[in-house]
Design a protein around this ligand. Sequence first.
Ligand SMILES: [Zn+2]
Length: 169
Amino acid sequence: MPYIKEERKETLSVEGEWAYGAYEYKANKLLDEFCQGLKERKLIGSLCPSCGKVIVLPRAICGRCHRKMTERITVSDKGTVLSYIVSPPMVKGKYKMFGVDPVELGIVKEGESLIPANVRFDGSDSPFNTLILNAKPEEVNIGMRVKVVWKKELAGNLSDIEGVEPIRG
Ligand SMILES: [Zn+2]
């Protein structure tokens, strides 16, 4: 199959605002459970007794078989990039991500891009939405191996996972 880049050599960019806040995750009991795991650097998923799929973040009901997922499984903090996007260069005060300014927070430097990605952690079957850190956009690719960048002091909330970074060497 021909690669799409041969057909479309140029990348078009469209000026606009990107409301990342629209992707905020509603807190629930399962999220609490996941966050408790984070304190011990554990990524907890739920296992479907019917199809055997492991979903991270944990879910109460399997989206495929509608069976209750009561069993929990700890998956690896290493995984594979399924998809990613490269943001426009960040400008202080212009964009917000999860309700905060990524430049102000020091997640990214002024003029650098953010790389939100879906990662599938080893042992799980679901995409996990996070950021690719410590990598230049041009070195990121689908299928790239990454590992979690843990916050130095774990607090038991989602920000314990700062993002993922390439596994080098
Ligand atoms: Zn299932």
